[in-house]
Design a binder for this molecule. Structure first.
Ligand SMILES: NC(=O)c1ccc[n+]([C@@H]2O[C@H](COP(=O)([O-])OP(=O)(O)OC[C@H]3O[C@@H](n4cnc5c(N)ncnc54)[C@H](OP(=O)(O)O)[C@@H]3O)[C@@H](O)[C@H]2O)c1
Length: 345
């Protein structure tokens, strides 16, 4: 859909893995995009974004850091929709304002949502949330509910594995608190701002970046044997009961779907498949015998926990990438960027 009226949108974190695809797709659809990144002097990121089709006439770049959230205000000016995708992965120890990433992440949501309201042009804020905030573990953390849906919130205090070792320190807490903060804006009386949160599963597939994005590395850990990322995929299965997978292009399509819908607010899970590590390993082995799979990955649970992500589908969204394509595109990305070593031709 070409949005002719006020077709100006903002993407925070526009140079990240998902952000760069989203900026590219929005430009291709004819939107004018305000994208933020932390350092406009980083020519590798700036040049990449400027190389996208339509970027010369429709892309405006802004510098903004979550640790100084008022910097986002100029980027939101004149926009109708805002995608808040930037998230602090590592704490800025220089910060005297915030003690950790969760504090900084929540402050950025508040600052951005308040700026949206002040702008009088922003109609909807779409926050990229994470399945790390919607674990189907029971409140005491000892067993799984029958399926994951939008009512699930990760019982962080009762998951020792997450307290000992998160994706990055404070990541899960920041995703839980920031998403809850964003959703509060839907409860404001006379609130004119609609907020959609899109918790996403493990996002994988090709990239436009010159390196393999972390979440693709996590999926490919089965083929690279990288212990750090293997530990992350094992953590995901422990916290989710499956590896909830979604293709990066479907994630971007879902974000654009949530924007183009005439009216939409609330929480919508975004994941297409629920394999286990073992099922993924079997697929990898069949599809890519030239790579070696650790034997222990072919053990473990056969069937993943169900995820009821029909809320988004009932709104009319369709996933277009099947599981084999997600795996194949991720392997193509890892192979192209030199992250995979073949054991046989
Ligand atoms: N990939 C997944 O599997 C997945 C799953 C669920 C949810 N998500 C969510 O999707 C969003 C994007 O993730 P991604 O996978 O695309 O990660 P990514 O490639 O690491 O991108 C992270 C983005 O956050 C920005 N950022 C980091 N610290 C910042 C700060 N202090 N101030 C401003 N911006 C900052 C980075 O900006 P610079 O480029 O300027 O450094 C980058 O654009 C995140 O909110 C993440 O939680 C991702």
């Amino acid at each position: 859909m070409e949005n002719s009226y006020m077709s100006r949108v903002c993407v925070t974190g526009g140079s990240g893995y998902i952000g760069s695809w989203l900026v590219k797709m929005l430009l291709e659809k004819g939107y004018t995009v305000h994208a933020t990144l932390r350092n406009l002097g980083d020519t590798s990121k700036v040049d990449l974004l400027k190389s996208f089709p339509n970027a010369d006439s429709r892309l405006v770049l802004f510098q903004a850091d979550i640790y100084n959230p008022s910097e986002f205000e100029p980027a939101l000016k004149g926009c109708e929709y805002v995608f808040h995708m930037a998230t602090p992965m590592l704490h800025d120890a220089q910060s005297s304002q915030y003690k950790d990433t969760p504090e900084a992440a929540v402050a950025s949501v508040k600052a951005i949502a308040d700026s949206c309201i002040r702008s009088q042009t922003v109609k909807r804020l779409i926050y990229t949330a994470s399945f790390m905030a919607s674990s189907p573990l029971t409140e005491d953390g000892v067993s799984f509910k029958s399926c994951m849906d939008e009512s699930c919130w990760t019982p962080l205090d009762h998951i020792p594995a997450l307290q000992a070792c998160d994706i990055t320190p404070g990541y899960t807490k920041s995703k839980i608190l920031a998403e809850k903060e964003a959703l509060k804006y839907n409860e404001c009386e006379n609130g004119k701002l609609e907020v959609v949160t899109l918790p996403c599963g493990l996002v994988a597939g090709e990239t436009v970046l010159p390196y393999v994005p972390t979440s693709v590395e996590v999926l490919l850990s089965q083929l690279t044997g990288n212990l750090m990322t293997l530990n992350v995929i094992k953590l995901l299965q422990e916290v989710w009961g499956a590896i909830f997978l979604v293709h990066v292009k479907d994630v971007c399509r879902a974000h654009i779907f949530c924007m183009e819908n005439p009216s939409m607010k609330g929480r919508f899970l975004c994941a297409a498949y629920n394999p286990t590590i073992r099922e993924i390993a079997v697929h990898f082995q069949e599809m890519f015998p030239e790579y070696q799979i650790g034997k222990e990955l072919l053990e473990g649970p056969i069937k993943g926990l169900e995820c009821d992500s029909t809320k988004l589908i009932k709104m009319g969204f369709e996933y277009t990438y099947d599981m084999k394509k997600i795996l194949a595109d991720s392997v193509a990305c890892g192979g192209r960027l030199g992250a995979l070593v073949k054991v046989k031709e």
